[in-house]
Design a protein around this ligand. Structure first.
Ligand SMILES: [Zn+2]
Length: 312
C-alpha cells in the first residue's frame, strides 16, 4: 500500500496544489466570470489558503469552488485518495474497504473516521463520474442488451415494481464506450426512447431476439439479431461479427461487482453504481494514473448537495 500513497493523499496543502494543477492547467480559472490565468493569490496571516482574487470580476475564489468538494468538511486529501482508490481497483471498492484505507483505526484500536462518511464519499464520486460524458450519440456498431441486477427474488414479482431486481439496459459501442441506464420495466416502449436518444441513426444495432427491440430497423441503418434461444451467439456476415458478447461481458462485470464487492446495492442507487462501471469500462485502456486524472476532471463544474454525515 505505502508505495502508491502520494503526498497529496496525506497532506492538505499538497492536495490543494495538486487539484490546482489538474483543474487549472492554464492558470487559475475564475468560476464566477470564467476568466483564466488572470487572478492573483491572496496571502496574509488571516487569509485562508488557496484563495485567489479575479482580476476581471474582482471576486475571490478557490480551486474547490464549483466542484464536488466545495463546502465539504472532509479534507481534500481524503477525497483525492478516495478517487484514486476507486480508480485503481478493477472491481470497485466497498465503502467498508474505503473507510479502512482512508481512516482505519489508531494504535489503541480506536476507530477513526466513519463508514458512513466513506459511503457518502463513494456516492458523491460516483455521481460526479456520471456527469457530462454523455456528449453526442454512440455510432458504428452498438450492441444493446438488457438484464436484471440485484438480490434474490420471491416468485411472481420479476419485472415489476415489487421486484428487488433492477432492470437495466446497456448500449455498448464496439471499441468505444458503454452507457447503462436503469429502466422501470423492460418493454419496447421503455427501451425505444433510450436507443433513439443515445445512438446515431447511422448506427448498426445488434441485439438478441427479444421483442423489446421490435422496431429499431425503422430508425437505425441496420439491426442484426442473434437468437440466444436457438443457442446462437455469434456469426460472421459479410466480414461483420454479429454478436452481443461485449455487452453481455459488461453485464457480468456489473453482476460480479453487485454480488462480490458491493453485496447487493439497493435499487435506488443503481444509476450511481452504473456510473462507476461505465466510467471504468470507458477508461479501460488507460493506466490507473490516467483514469484518476480523468475522474478528477469530472469533479469540477457541478456540486452535489447530498447531505454529508456530521462526523468525518
Ligand atoms: Zn472573475
Amino acid at each position: 500500500m505505502a508505495g502508491l500513497i502520494a503526498k497529496h493523499h496525506t497532506d492538505e496543502d499538497a492536495a490543494r496544489e495538486y487539484l490546482e494543477k489538474q483543474l487549472w492547467p492554464d492558470g487559475p480559472a475564475c468560476p464566477k466570470c470564467g476568466l483564466v490565468g488572470e487572478a492573483y493569490k491572496l496571502e496574509g496571516e488571516t487569509t485562508r489558503k488557496g484563495l485567489y482574487k479575479c482580476a476581471g470580476c474582482r471576486e475571490p475564489f478557490t480551486v474547490t469552488m464549483g466542484t464536488i468538494f466545495e463546502d465539504s468538511h472532509i479534507p481534500l486529501h481524503k477525497w483525492l485518495f478516495a478517487i484514486y482508490l476507486m480508480c485503481s481497483s478493477k472491481k470497485g471498492i466497498s465503502a467498508h474497504q474505503l473507510w479502512r484505507n482512508l481512516w482505519g483505526t489508531d494504535e489503541s484500536g480506536k476507530q477513526l473516521g466513519s463508514y458512513k462518511t466513506a459511503w457518502f464519499m463513494a456516492h458523491r464520486i460516483r455521481w460526479a463520474l456520471g456527469q457530462e460524458p454523455v456528449a453526442g450519440r454512440l455510432a458504428g456498431i452498438v450492441e444493446v442488451d438488457e438484464t436484471y441486477i440485484g438480490g434474490k427474488e420471491r416468485s411472481g414479482v420479476a419485472n415489476s415494481k415489487y421486484s428487488k431486481k433492477q432492470a437495466v439496459v446497456a448500449l455498448l459501442q464496439r471499441q468505444g464506450e458503454v452507457r447503462a441506464f436503469p429502466v422501470d420495466r423492460i418493454t419496447l416502449n421503455n427501451i425505444e426512447p433510450v436507443l433513439k436518444a443515445h445512438i446515431e441513426p447511422e448506427g448498426q444495432l445488434m441485439t438478441d431476439e427479444s421483442s423489446v427491440y421490435g422496431r429499431p430497423q425503422d430508425y437505425f441503418a441496420t439491426h442484426d439479431r442473434v437468437n440466444h434461444k436457438q443457442k446462437q451467439y455469434s456469426r460472421r456476415v459479410n466480414g461483420l461479427t454479429i454478436t452481443t458478447n461485449s455487452v453481455e461481458g459488461f453485464f457480468s462485470l456489473i453482476k460480479r461487482g453487485n454480488y462480490g464487492t458491493f453485496h447487493h446495492w439497493g435499487r435506488p442507487y443503481t444509476q450511481q453504481y452504473l456510473n462507476e462501471f461505465t466510467f471504468r469500462y470507458g477508461t479501460r485502456k488507460m493506466s490507473d494514473h490516467e483514469r484518476n486524472a480523468a475522474a478528477i476532471q469530472k469533479t469540477s463544474g457541478k456540486r452535489l448537495t447530498l447531505k454529508e454525515p456530521k462526523r468525518a
